[in-house]
Design a protein around this ligand. Structure first.
Ligand code: MRU
Length: 311
């Protein structure tokens, strides 16, 4: 995407693992949903199903470390397995995977309905990465309030950070907002401060990959820059995510593993080398925004301050 739309059919757990690691499916909730289905692909009932699912759970959970939705979804499948009597196990597991998917769709709609209460006529909203339909189900998370505003005929405008290195903003968020008829403008990642200084941004709205118990938010690299800018320019900074992204086992952002990806994602752009051969590179895929910089967290349950979110 955005120039070619192709459906990738996954027939094995390995296909799903590859789709997650190569970002063919990406975004925290979407990788959870894909992993839940991946646990079951080609699975046959039999005495070794428990062992097989444990191996698959470890394999899929290891595909990407930062988004908690991945292990959360896989663990839900394992819990159903533990509770199931023999005989109808495969049906129950499939029902659970479908339920994870359906609950996510409903959560996104609720996030949209809560979030839209923050949006007024004429607002300019800035978003980063892609937290829309291409990352979740149906409405997405950060984009859900925007789609709900559109449904209510609110006249709003969205600035979209391109989101280097992999350009999820330019490729995916611009694609889906334009497709939905939402007024939007693409920015490179270093333009936000300038626009904010001119009073052109009323709110920043982003997704999340994992939220720690104290409200620290892990999200796409570059999110922290925006949160710091929002504090400086006194702009509200909101995070939208389903409760499946909350991780009470992580006390703070220090407990969140940040995925470090292939240096070539930085040294190459759309296939072309853009740095001298041998250039040293860092490529953390996510950063952690401290809770103190977050105005509010929008989940399917409502809008909370970061400190109260996991308590
Ligand atoms: O590396 P990605 O594209 O999976 O990163 C995605 C993000 O950081 C999203 O903002 C986050 O997963 C929320 S998606 C609703």
């Amino acid at each position: 995407m955005p120039h070619e739309e192709r459906i990738l059919v996954c027939k094995t757990v390995e296909d799903v693992h590859d789709a997650i690691t190569t970002l063919a499916v990406r975004g925290a909730p979407a990788i959870g949903i894909a992993a839940a289905y991946g646990m079951l692909l080609g699975l046959e009932d039999g005495h070794s199903i428990k062992d097989e699912l444990k191996v698959r759970a470890a394999y899929l959970s290891g595909a990407r470390p930062t988004a908690v939705n991945l292990s959360w979804a896989v663990n839900r499948i394992l819990k159903v397995l533990d509770a199931a009597a023999s005989g109808d196990v495969l049906d129950l597991l499939e029902q659970e995977a479908v339920a994870i998917h359906e609950e996510d769709r409903v959560a996104c709609r609720r996030i949209g309905e809560h979030g839209v209460t923050l949006i007024n006529q004429g607002m300019n909203i800035l978003t980063h990465c892609n937290a829309g339909s291409l990352a979740v189900s149906e409405l997405g998370t950060a984009l859900a309030p925007i789609y709900c505003a559109k449904e209510r005929d609110l006249d709003i405008h969205v600035y979209v950070d391109e989101t280097r290195p992999l350009l999820q903003g330019a490729r995916l968020t611009m694609f889906e907002l334009m497709h939905a008829g939402v007024d939007c403008t693409l920015l490179t990642d270093n333009m936000a401060a300038h626009l904010m200084s001119q009073g052109k941004v009323d709110m920043v709205l982003v997704g999340a990959d994992r939220i720690a118990a104290n409200g620290d938010v892990a999200n796409k690299i570059g999110t922290l820059n925006l949160a710091v800018l929002c504090q400086h320019f006194d702009i509200p900074f909101y995070v939208a995510c389903p409760t499946s992204t909350l991780d009470p086992d992580a006390a703070s952002g220090d407990d969140i593993v940040i995925e470090e990806r292939d240096p070539e994602e930085v040294t190459r752009l759309v296939g072309a080398a853009i740095a001298p051969k041998g250039a040293r590179v860092r490529n953390p895929a996510f950063d952690v925004t401290p809770a103190v910089l977050v105005t509010g967290i929008i989940t399917e349950e409502g809008i909370n301050t970061p400190g109260s979110i996991t308590s």
